[in-house]
Design a protein around this ligand. Structure first.
Ligand code: GLU
Length: 409
């Protein structure tokens, strides 16, 4: 199954439990709007570069549509549709007043200069500025984008529409960003990891974790795990990985990775490949990078008994069935990584009220949202004897479905 089929498969598993009609399924799965644009721009060498950008607005029954902008060579129409749909269920699972959207550009940012990255961002916003906005669709960072990219994006949007910081979230603090937004996804991941371990009568302190990815999500996840006393025994990034069964010294690894542009070569640890990481000896596996990495083979040989999906769509549908049969507990992406969009919501609220929250308030509200959402998903899973993923979809689809029916068409 490819990613689009997998997303439909997960949706249908929950929809079957709910007895949802075929007509409602079709309505809820069909994106509202899919836009594909040409992005021509001048490269540093004077040549013209032509790129393709996408913005997919999946559903707005519960509010303005919300979702990141991904700059990655593998971005294509199918991927963006799938990720937009995930955003619809994600915002519903954590009950924030948004629908779902996603966008991106098929580009390898490692090949762009800083000036080229700025120009491609601005030209993309030129093409989509009419379809986004604080009450319509609010982009944010995703893979390959960050607060600086959001700063250029908001600046370009404001050239057309005037001051409107709430049109984009994940902005730098100096430009109406929120305290705690950068760390939010990783923090949310650790909050749900703690919550699921408590249900399993275990504790974060002393648990062993293998973590794939050391970008924004992976690095904050590692830091908070370390602070909670968990042992992060293996970490990989795009270039390679490191392993130490005694637990990696995360503060030193963060410094090493910043200085050496990657974790490879970190002293006191052995080298490990991505494939080895997925199967290594650890109680908890956290994929925090690309989609589709937990394949059927990985699901069969994996030693971890708990998977926390910090990445979007990391588990293939066939692999998910194997994990269920093996009684591996999987906390699904639409719950596990929802901390990012939740603090995006706090940023949007602050922008609209022109009132800043301090970091303790952001962290406290995030904790409340994540713990409440986790408990609700856990209870539905127990009650209906379904996986946490199906339970999360039941909640998400239920909320979107009720809003759709109440509003009418
Ligand atoms: N890109 C993140 C996600 O996949 C955050 C989206 C947002 O903050 O709107 O959830």
């Amino acid at each position: 199954m490819n990613a689009v089929e997998a997303a439909r498969y997960y949706f249908n598993q929950a929809a079957d439990h709910m007895g949802l009609s075929q007509n409602m399924r079709k309505l809820m799965l069909t994106p509202k709007r899919e836009v594909k644009v040409q992005i021509p721009m001048e490269m540093d060498n004077g040549e013209i570069g032509t790129f393709i950008g996408y913005r997919v607005q999946h559903d707005d029954a519960r509010g303005p549509m919300k979702g990141g902008l991904r700059f990655h060579p593998e971005v294509d129409a199918d991927e963006v549709v799938t990720l937009a749909q995930l955003m619809t269920w994600k915002t519903a699972v954590v009950n924030i007043p948004y629908g779902g959207a996603k966008g991106g550009i098929a580009v390898d940012i490692s090949q762009l200069s800083r000036g080229e990255l700025e120009r491609i961002t601005r030209r993309f916003i030129d093409n989509i500025h009419d379809m986004i906005g604080p009450d319509k669709d609010i982009p944010a960072p995703d893979m390959g984008t960050n607060a600086q990219v959001m700063a250029w994006a908001v600046n370009q949007y404001e050239k057309y529409h005037g001051f409107s910081p709430a049109c984009i979230t994940g902005k730098p603090l100096e430009l109406h960003g929120s305290e705690g937004r950068e760390e939010a996804t990783g923090r949310g991941v650790v909050i749900v990891t703690d919550a699921v371990l408590k249900k399993l009568k275990r504790t974060l302190a002393g648990s062993t974790v293998a973590l794939q990815g050391f970008g924004n999500v992976g690095s904050f996840t590692a830091r908070f795990l370390y602070e909670s006393g968990a042992k992060v025994v293996a970490i990989t990034d795009v270039a390679g990985g490191v392993r130490n069964p005694q637990g990696l010294d995360i503060p030193s690894l963060l410094r090493w990775s910043a200085d050496h542009k990657g974790v490879t070569g970190f002293p006191g640890a052995e080298a490990i490949t991505n494939d080895e990481l997925l199967r290594c000896e650890a109680e908890i596996l956290i994929p925090a990078a690309l989609g589709g990495v937990i394949t059927e083979n990985v699901a069969r040989d994996m030693r971890a008994r708990v998977v926390i999906e910090a990445a979007n769509n990391p588990t293939r549908a066939e692999a998910d069935e194997i994990l269920q049969k093996r009684d591996v507990v999987v906390v699904p992406d639409i719950l596990a990584n929802a901390g990012g969009v939740t603090v995006s919501y706090f940023e949007w609220v602050q922008n609209r009220q022109h009132f800043r929250w301090d970091l303790p308030r952001v962290r406290q509200e995030l904790e409340r949202v994540m713990v409440d959402s986790f408990d609700r998903v856990w209870n539905i899973a127990q009650e209906k004897h379904v996986s946490l993923r199906t339970a999360a979809y039941i909640i998400g689809i239920g909320r979107v479905g009720r809003a759709t029916v109440l509003g009418g068409i």
